[in-house]
Design a protein around this ligand. Sequence first.
Ligand SMILES: NC(=O)c1ccc[n+]([C@@H]2O[C@H](COP(=O)([O-])OP(=O)(O)OC[C@H]3O[C@@H](n4cnc5c(N)ncnc54)[C@H](OP(=O)(O)O)[C@@H]3O)[C@@H](O)[C@H]2O)c1
Length: 249
Amino acid sequence: MRFKDKVALVMGGNSGMGLATAKALAAEGAKVHLTGRNQQTIDEAVAAIPGSRGYRADIADIASSEAVVSAIEAEDGRIDVLYINAGVGGFAPLRAITPESWDQTHSINLKGCVFALQKAVRIISKGGAIVVTGSIGAHGALPGNGVYAAAKGGLYAAMKVFAAELVGEGIRLNMVSPGPIDTPLLHRNPGMSDADVATLKQRMIESIPMHRMGESDEVAKAVLFLASEDASFITAANLFVDGGLLELR
Ligand SMILES: NC(=O)c1ccc[n+]([C@@H]2O[C@H](COP(=O)([O-])OP(=O)(O)OC[C@H]3O[C@@H](n4cnc5c(N)ncnc54)[C@H](OP(=O)(O)O)[C@@H]3O)[C@@H](O)[C@H]2O)c1
């Protein structure tokens, strides 16, 4: 019960590793607020997590992040644990990328996450903890991953600076950078059939030293560690949860 009486906000908490983290935080005593875009999966998440609240909010829409924070402020007065996890994938090589696809990814994965942090930090309690989802994609060189890597790499760089700005206020800010995790994300790639996804997964599994994809629960455990008092002397860290992919290959 590391999060007993804590107020948590999980942005992107209705699917994949965000949903697993929201459930894990609640199981350890937190009151959980969660956001997403899909009303049906938000409702399902709220039904599965006792005492939780759900908000339909597109993180690319900065006003909607402010509205979520104001609603939490009115109800609970503060946020103790903030997990900024919302993000989209998508592959396109250099010759195929467009200004529009760049802006779409970056408005969510970089700009949206940064301004969600700016809005939420207003009510983060002293001693509060922030975790942000990065990606090993920002630290490797996977062909076709340039736009995504730039967004997550920018997020990594920005978060280190924000961690430096917040440390004096007693607020810790860390990043968790997953490798290939088996979530609905891969199935959201437009233009990829189920067979394409299966082939991609097989190729990933062959490249991972542990010879399997990660599970959402395994990312959730890392997020809870970084958000808890167990990590009381840790800030500006970037924890890879990737089965050894980045360091051992
Ligand atoms: N799966 C991997 O292998 C992997 C590896 C490295 C990093 N990541 C990162 O991990 C994070 C979670 O991804 P996942 O794998 O768990 O995929 P997922 O199941 O697709 O979950 C993505 C989450 O982000 C939310 N989201 C996406 N765009 C949003 C927006 N504009 N506004 C608000 N919420 C938004 C989604 O809500 P809706 O469903 O309502 O859109 C969902 O809750 C992402 O940041 C992703 O880039 C994933």
